[in-house]
Design a protein around this ligand. Sequence first.
Ligand SMILES: *Cc1c(COP(=O)(O)O)cnc(C)c1O
Length: 235
Amino acid sequence: MSDERGDALAIRLAAVRARIDEACAAAGRDPADVTLIAVTKFFPAGDVERLASLGVTNVGENRDQEAGAKITALPPEVRAGLTVHFIGQLQSNKAHHVADYADVVQSVDRTKIATALGRAAAARGRSLDVLAQIDLSGAAGRGGVDAADARSLADHIVEQEALRLRGVMAVAPLGADPAEAFARLAEVAAVIRADHPEACWLSAGMSGDLEQAVAAGATHLRVGSAILGSRPTAR
Ligand SMILES: *Cc1c(COP(=O)(O)O)cnc(C)c1O
């Protein structure tokens, strides 16, 4: 049976993996140390299934309602093979819902969110991996904690028994030099790792800047459009 969409995804996924391999070779890094997260926001559960059949094991979603419906629509055997990352802005009243379907929450940027997520996960008998999202733009309101406040946020996350602090996440600011932005992120990551050695994930890099992220030491790349094509709605 032909599946044009599956073929298109396979071609783009292979191209992204080749870019990652090349970036790792240039940086002297092992591609096995870099996890590719396919960001499937705006695309249907069928695409998640296609990607899973192509060997994708990590997916990212950034809109709570869409993500919850999509992930619960997956056949159980497909869901069981995936690690689901929530990467979108989070309100504390949505924490309960996210704790239902996410395995990792990368966008924890306030103590209030960490408290709510910790309670929600505990109530479900789950434990969640979380990343502190760092704001690299210096402009408030774009998502992320100021680098100066990252340590105290990390300490607060660690106090939540149902949360495991795994590291930091950031988006390179629009118009900024991604290499410079990710170098600053790596500095914040090192400060947090000094206090919390288990927090060794560095989530950075998207379709347009994954090479710079690999060079800066990213362990997780969040790649959407380069794999799935352009999204129907701009974000
Ligand atoms: C959408 C999104 C991505 C993926 O962006 P692309 O440019 O499509 O690769 C990565 N990170 C976050 C936080 C996102 O919201």
